[in-house]
Ligand binder design. Sequence first.
Ligand code: IPD
Ligand code: CA
Ligand code: CA
Ligand code: CA
Length: 266
Amino acid sequence: MSDLLELAVAVAREAGDMLLAERPARPAAVATKSSATDVVTELDRASEELIRARILGARPGDAFLGEEGGSTAGGRVRWIVDPIDGTVNFMYGLPDWAVSIAVEVDGALVAGAVNVAPRGELFAAARGRGAELLRDGRPAERLSCNTGVPLPAALIATGFGYLPERRAVQAEVLARVLPRVRDIRRGGSCAVDLCSVAAGRVDGYYERGPQEWDFAAGGLVAAEAGARLGGLRGRPSGPALTLCAAPGLFEELHDLLVPLDPERDA
Ligand code: IPD
Ligand code: CA
Ligand code: CA
Ligand code: CA
């Protein structure tokens, strides 16, 4: 493992352990952000503080972007962190939430770790070196996404943003996608959804609205497991649209989504 991946994995593990130990029976929302449904708990903030302290403690000159704390400028290495991806699942005691840590050098992602702590699963990837699943800290599986799945047989994960007007468009798009695929899953964590593509637990994923901290680490895990990651019309993945599936299904899903124009509220 490279030094950067090793640090990402170690810190994602420490933050996940802290969250499992400190999580009260019913974590409360302490604030709302973009809308009434966009919540943050004390532990989202504590997790980000821990991650920031560990990473910048080890590498004081690096840049850092976290969902809850914003960005700190730095050198060629930048860390992209979601301290809890899936806060609503975390609040309700559902097991799909994760600590997501990605790291880029000169603007290119080189490593990512997604610690799905309640499941004891940690997904890790380094650019050009593949992706793996560690279970309870031990390497358990090299990851490869499902291939050769046609759209009507595809299980597709998606997610919804927090803005009511965006959700109205997402519901319309979903109504058109659902009859064309095997089924839809809304797991509640973008990072976990992308790792699920990598592990072949779903065939593809699309969402309008995810931010860099949501998809950076999971996107690298999926790409290193053989999936294609991108947006519509040749754009990179981003808040406008993040789409991920094996080549072939990616294009089918893309062509289904383009005329529905999920970006029209951009
Ligand atoms: C959210 C989750 C969710 C996705 C939202 C994200 P958060 O992140 O990834 O699955 O649908 O777009 O904002 O707020 O739980 O970190
Ligand atoms: Ca959030
Ligand atoms: Ca998130
Ligand atoms: Ca978050």
